[in-house]
Ligand binder design. Sequence first.
Ligand code: PMP
Length: 382
Amino acid sequence: MIPGPVMCNSSVLKEMSKPVMSHGSSEFIEIFGDSLRKLKQVFMIENGEVFVVAGSGTLAMEMALVNVCEPGDEVLILSNGMFGERFKEICLRHRLKVDYQEVKKFGDCISTEVAKNKLEEKEYKAVTVTHVDTSTSVKAPVKEFGRIIKKTNAVFIVDGVCATGGEEERMESWGIDVLLTASQKAISVPPGLALVAFSRKAVEIHQERRNPVDSYFLDIQNWRNVMNSYINRKVFYFATPPINLIYALKTSLTEILKEGLEKRFRRHALIAKAFREAIKAVGLEIVPLKEDYAANTVTAVYYPVEVEDNAFRYGMLKEGVVVAGGLGPLKKKTFRVGHMGNVNSSDIIATISAVERVLFKNGYKVTLGQGLEAAQEVLNKL
Ligand code: PMP
């Protein structure tokens, strides 16, 4: 129950052990093409271009930035935690000028007013937002940001690593220009794939660059022919694709679309709500300061004074539930539970049950069953 990498379905894992095919074989061409077409559906785009390359979410973040920005360009970063901070590091490494807007207290969320004021003050080449910051479990108002950014020339870049495939996220209708994610979270595939989509506007901006992209591997110019060829059932080589991960991706995307995105968003929302209600019922506090912007994919929870991080997580492990510790300033003060991908109501009930017992064993006064009762009320609606 960590916020990624998540548990994968056995149907997806089986794909990883199949024979490695040639990237030019007709079977693989069909599988890769199908994956790319399905990925567009999951990203909710009809136009624009999708890219699947070997790498993790960080590579996807870098791929988004380096293709639309050039040294000296101004980037506005709206940050709700450590992964917003990572955008800053990447920008600085690529000699971009950064206007870094962060929250005063972890758990707060950058408001649309702040974004609006910033965008009225200055022209930016790009604005970056982390849809769900996995360190704080705060969900940014991406749809509202999209409305504001659409009125400017800025390219809207969204990190969907802890959101895409779990949180409601509609790339095209919300005006997102670059959406990036990775395979190991709500997409429910083992780690190793960076998944990035560029809108028409983002591709045009890339084509009008003054200078070439300062990364050979990440330049979408090198990948466009590859992706377009596979979509059109042809082969084109730039760099060897991660064959078995792409089999797994195809299977997982098929399962995601079979469940249906709207149903999937609702499942994530209800399971997250059940967990938050349980946490409230046992008297603990979540990191997001307001329920409005609490994520549906992960929840960060403050420990009560009686409970120590290592003892708690080891206790959980002994109960068969793996949870994550806190990140950055929240290290040792919080634990995080991932509830994305294939997580179902039984998984969350088992987790809440273990949380109650481990808190109790560690000296925290809790009436066993209180959290479970609160969660059941919510899950009944699923
Ligand atoms: N963005 C977010 C929101 C994340 O949660 C993570 C990983 N936890 C990353 C980016 C970086 O992804 P990766 O670890 O796959 O490089």
